[in-house]
Design a protein around this ligand. Structure first.
Ligand SMILES: NC(=O)c1ccc[n+]([C@@H]2O[C@H](COP(=O)([O-])OP(=O)(O)OC[C@H]3O[C@@H](n4cnc5c(N)ncnc54)[C@H](O)[C@@H]3O)[C@@H](O)[C@H]2O)c1
Length: 345
């Protein structure tokens, strides 16, 4: 096993230990994972593979990469289909759908605004119809903290009951409003057809396979800062750096997502999944510089429009419903990410 894959293997093992109660529901079942060649999707495929599921990985490779799933392709229980989620159909019997397909990095969705909206709106409807025809056991939709837009301080940490403050006509709207419309489609199929949907509002997540060289990842701040610091390039902070984010390590994110996907009797629920350790972007830049022992200078660039001022999840519901509590501190996760980046350089 190569050194790069060893880091992922260790993290998969951590996740599997947390999820072993669900093994019986996963083994020998057929899962469709849309966006399965992307960052989160490929971790999904890995975990399902270890649990002995049959996996159909659907991806049009618009931001994902075959590199993320190459190690799975020899497995007879794993099938990769290069297709668009908006038009994909199959007569194969499917038990579960995890619908992740969507470009997720801001510069990329701004470059492909129509495709981003389509994947979330038309693609979600198409997957919900497929789910209905298959009488599936659970449908997980990966929404985002971006549906909250730019919440005021009173709504930090942000609970699921906060409706959002979102610009419908602007640089982020193709993503934010696409996800909001998709949530509404999920809700409509839940009340109209009793479809077993679950919605995860994912807050910023990082971990191995976030790679600056992969097109989908540019614009994602942790990996950008680590790359800049390790290469002694300027660490570029937007605005004054006082805006905050809360970062969740991949092992915690996967535990939360699978618990939401698999826990019985929680159909129709919407749950924040993330880590509530809030940090300003400037402090993050300083932290990365220190951990990498870098000589990089921290420089400042104009803040893009509609950049959220604060991001922090209220995880009360996740704790109550799923017994979910993130375990990996930012310090620990960053050290692991830096270790990973050094190995793949
Ligand atoms: N990573 C995060 O921090 C984060 C935060 C909030 C929400 N999310 C959501 O989680 C999901 C996965 O995000 P990610 O970080 O893995 O992003 P990613 O870009 O790495 O993965 C998305 C995958 O979807 C595929 N895709 C896009 N449009 C498609 C289409 N029309 N048909 C088929 N495949 C298509 C891409 O090729 C890619 O492999 C997305 O829905 C994203 O909105 C992620």
């Amino acid at each position: 096993m190569d050194e790069v894959y060893r880091v992922i293997q260790e993290d998969i093992q951590t996740i599997i230990e947390e999820l072993c109660e669900f093994k019986g529901k996963i083994t020998d079942k057929t899962f469709l994972v849309t966006g399965g060649a992307g960052f989160l999707g490929s971790w999904f495929c890995d975990i399902l593979n270890v649990f002995g599921a049959r996996v159909i990985c659907l991806d049009n490779l618009s931001s994902g990469s075959k590199k993320n799933i190459k190690h799975l392709t020899k497995n007879k229980n794993f099938k990769f289909i290069n297709a668009d989620v908006c038009s994909f159909n199959t007569h194969e019997k499917i038990d579960y759908i995890a619908h992740l397909a969507s470009i997720a990095s801001p510069p990329l969705y701004q470059k492909f605004p129509v495709q981003t909206l389509d994947a979330n709106v038309i693609g979600t409807r198409n997957m919900l119809e497929l789910a209905r025809r298959n009488d599936i056991k659970s449908f997980l939709f990966t929404s985002t903290s971006e549906i909250y837009g730019n919440p005021p301080d009173e709504a930090i940490p942000t609970p699921e009951s906060y409706y959002g403050y979102v610009n419908p006509y602007g640089q982020r709207s193709m993503y934010d409003e696409g996800k909001r419309a998709a949530e509404s489609y999920c809700y409509s199929y839940f009340i109209k057809y009793n479809l077993p949907i679950r919605i995860a509002r994912i807050f910023n997540t990082y971990g191995p396979r976030l790679d600056i060289k992969s097109t989908s990842q540019y614009g994602r701040v942790i990996i950008k800062f680590i790359y800049q610091a390790l290469n002694n390039k300027p660490i570029t902070v937007y605005g004054d750096g006082k805006q905050t984010r809360s970062f969740c390590y991949i092992t915690d994110q996967m535990e939360g997502l699978f618990k939401l996907f698999m826990t019985p009797k929680i159909n129709g629920e919407v749950v924040n999944i993330g880590n509530s350790e809030e940090i300003s972007i400037l402090r993050l830049a300083r932290k990365v510089k220190k951990l990498t022992k870098s000589n990089s200078k921290i420089t400042f660039q104009p803040l893009p429009p509609d950049d959220p001022r604060r991001r922090c999840p209220d995880l009360t519901k996740a704790k109550k419903l799923l017994n979910f509590k993130p375990k990996v501190s930012l310090q620990k996760g960053l050290k692991r990410m830096i270790d990973w980046q050094k190995r793949i350089r």
